[in-house]
Design a protein around this ligand. Sequence first.
Ligand code: GDP
Ligand code: K
Length: 295
Amino acid sequence: MENKNFKSGYVGIVGIPNVGKTTLLNALIGQKIAIISPKPQTTRGKILGIMSESGMQAVFLDTPGFHKPKNKLGENMLKAVNETIGEADFVLVVVEPTDEVRNAELEIIEKTKNIPAILVINKCDTARKDALLPVIEKYSKLREFAEIVPISAKTGDGIDALKEEVRKLLPEGPMYYPEDMVTDQPEKQIVAEIIREKTLYTLDKEVPHGIAVEIVKMKEEKDIVSISANIFCEKDSHKGIIIGSGGRTLKRIGSLARRDCEKLLDKKVFLELWVKVKKDWRNSNFLMKEFGLKN
Ligand code: GDP
Ligand code: K
């Protein structure tokens, strides 16, 4: 069976702002944009994205500051790099195809020297082929890289080759997370819980407890997290109450929930709510599981 040699592990993505780390991550996990988990409850720290391919699972760790390319690379970022590499099996050091190695890059390379690294030369679509050699030479003098992979995160060139190199470096290990999970789940559950709480809070006792919330979409785009959720109730009459006249009640639920979600995620949130009737959902094992109410 394929599982026998399943490989898995934790991978840090490091590099100075603007080299394309976010773009690369999205290319690796396939357009499904990762969301940062606000709850550092796992021992391995924050998970940024999970790539599951046949026979391997790479869990990319968040480096605080990662999402703020405009910030200067200061003490904090370097501290964060330290934390990330403390937890990672190896790192991807992302650079641009310029043969000038910037000071901040030297520091990052210094900090990550003691764990295996793949040098990822991104934005190769902007460089001539013969410009690569001097870049490779410069960086190779700074440390030993397990591999050097030129890519373009934007066009997708080299991404498959990079995945292959990631696979080689991953240790044998189990599938840590379900295959379809692209980020850690608790956060989704928290968001669902917030929406449920606001629904109950906003409604009078008229609508009994037959309410469940399902997060249909949760996606980070630029600086906004778009969330789309279904509020399930048991009766058509309940649906009317939840929506309210002119949609007022639902709007109120939405704006209260959005505020809390923004606090939780530390990002602007676009929240879309749908009310659906699902008779007897509480008697459905499947739905109970879906809503995280049953294991
Ligand atoms: P980060 O700060 O390292 O996360 O960098 P981003 O992923 O935010 O990318 C910074 C800028 O570089 C954005 O404008 C991207 O569109 C651009 N970029 C990223 N990867 C590539 C690439 O492979 N080629 C080109 N031409 N631009 C890229
Ligand atoms: K970024």
